[in-house]
Design a protein around this ligand. Structure first.
Ligand SMILES: [Zn+2]
Length: 259
């Protein structure tokens, strides 16, 4: 039987959540989360983190709101796309409306431009990114800083979440040949002075919600000292299947080389 502690003033907000015995609300409320991307996944992740009681969030995104974002972004408004407001700023403002006790610090820039010292300031990193380059960057920096990294991605009605714990198999360990082909194409085109644009992928809100919810649930488990998934889950929205995939450290992965 779980024991319900009498909450301090204002803590009745999480009364129901406290009834989950393993949920460490002290740790969750004092944690700092770094959320990379304020697009569809990032909107859902910030919404869930704020509702779940995380009080300090840093949100990084270089893009401005567009009309095509509005079908999947609960915290963006028509006015944001009309004025071309930075997504990170808009989401931070809406999170503060949801709960004034939650501070979201917007960083309107590239993930790759975050100072090296930034990564270690946080207790958890959530990758809500739409390209492999930025995810590799996030994976490497979170690994070096020893901070758990939870990567999410969607493609139409399917999605994937990978939890990278310090020293365990990382996002780069889990890459396959087709991922590297995308990277080669990107780098070779950029090198030739041509900017390579990947076409927008199909996306819809229900898959986005599920993937971001899994990311935030794993974050809450990790922050509460509970074991996270090992190590990735694939979600097939049409079949309604969720499959877990255990990964191994790739001995060729540069992030696990000693010395
Ligand atoms: Zn690795």
């Amino acid at each position: 039987m779980s024991v319900i502690l009498p909450g301090r003033q204002g803590e009745g907000r999480w009364d129901r959540q406290r009834r989950i015995a393993w949920m460490d609300m002290g740790r969750i409320s004092s944690a700092s989360a770094l959320v990379l991307g304020a697009g569809a996944l990032g909107n859902e992740a910030v919404k869930n983190l704020a509702l779940a009681g995380v009080r300090r969030i840093t949100l990084v995104d270089m893009d401005r709101a567009e009309r095509s974002n509005l079908s999947r972004c609960a915290l963006l408004r028509d006015s944001d796309s009309e004025t071309g407001r930075f997504k990170a700023e808009a989401v931070a403002a809406r999170a503060a409306e949801m709960d004034p006790g939650c501070r979201v610090a917007p960083v309107c820039g590239r993930v790759e431009d975050l100072p090296d010292g930034e990564w270690g300031r946080h207790d958890i990193v959530l990758g809500c990114l739409d390209n492999i380059q930025a995810r590799l960057h996030a994976n490497a920096h979170a690994c070096h800083a020893g901070v758990p990294y939870i990567d999410g991605g969607t493609d139409g009605m399917s999605g994937r979440v990978q939890v990278v714990m310090p020293g365990g198999p990382c996002f780069q360990c889990g890459l396959n040949r087709s991922h590297y082909k995308v990277l080669e194409r990107r780098f070779s085109c950029t090198g030739a002075g041509v900017v390579f644009h990947e076409p927008p992928r199909a996306a819809e809100i229900t898959t986005t919600s599920i993937i971001a919810a899994i990311q935030v649930r794993e974050a809450m488990k990790i922050l509460s000292g509970r074991a996270a998934i090992r190590h990735a889950v694939y979600y097939d929205g049409l079949a309604g299947r969720l499959d877990e995939l255990e990964l191994d450290v790739d001995p060729e992965c540069p992030l696990h080389q000693r010395g």
